[in-house]
Design a protein around this ligand. Sequence first.
Ligand code: NAD
Length: 246
Amino acid sequence: MLKGKNALVTGASRGIGRAIAIELAKQGANVAVNYAGSADKAEAVVKELEELGVSAFAVQADVANEESVKDMIKQTIDTFGSLDILVNNAGITKDNLLMRMKEEEFDAVINTNLKGVFLCTKAVARQMMKQKSGRIVNVSSIVGVSGNAGQANYVAAKAGVIGLTKTAAKEFASRGILVNAVAPGFIATDMTDVLTDEQKEAMLTLTPLAKFGQAEDVARVVRFLCSEDANYMTGQTLHVDGGMVM
Ligand code: NAD
């Protein structure tokens, strides 16, 4: 389905990003595995991808830093020769009630989860415009649609990602670049592992399918948005949330 395509997935050394990298590789795409911290986990993902028969490499970059992002995109294009797919997946949480939330907590989450998407999109779009084609998929969150107490920073960023997706879709449509988003609900990863049993239980009661999603559930929808099956879709946000928001 994606044979010969070259992809970059941010925050791909674990969780949803890792699952997306594997799903794209299963369809034949070469994948650059972005990571922020230690290289070990990213290198392990690279190995898994190579075992699927594609080219892969790990690339360190902080998505919130413009120079770092530019270097990452350059390395990816230098290595693969082109860049067909960008998945903006990297994200963090720093939860607190709004009245207790510190400015640093707000800024850190906006910088990684929203500015990071802007910086990566801008850097990649230059290349995709030259190619006259490309796919960008942004990982938002269902709370960006519904709101969520204790996550003003995260919700603002994820709602911003949906707006950014629509705007980029409109600006890039004539250049053959399609931009869509996914909005996952509660997915079992390191990010949600830190929640208390009470918080997890509360999430489950809000989920009609009455179970947590898996990283692969999100990855398969991202793969669809990167494929020719989604040729006539742009600016959309697909909910992958077990029915939380209808
Ligand atoms: P995770 O914490 O396992 O993965 C996040 C990844 O992003 C990590 O690999 C981390 O190193 C990387 N990252 C963080 N800051 C970075 C930076 N500045 N530069 C580059 N990489 C950075 O969490 P996850 O659940 O796999 O989350 C992946 C995405 O899905 C995030 O955007 C998250 O907000 C979103 N999401 C997750 C859920 C969920 O329930 N798990 C729900 C909705 C949306």
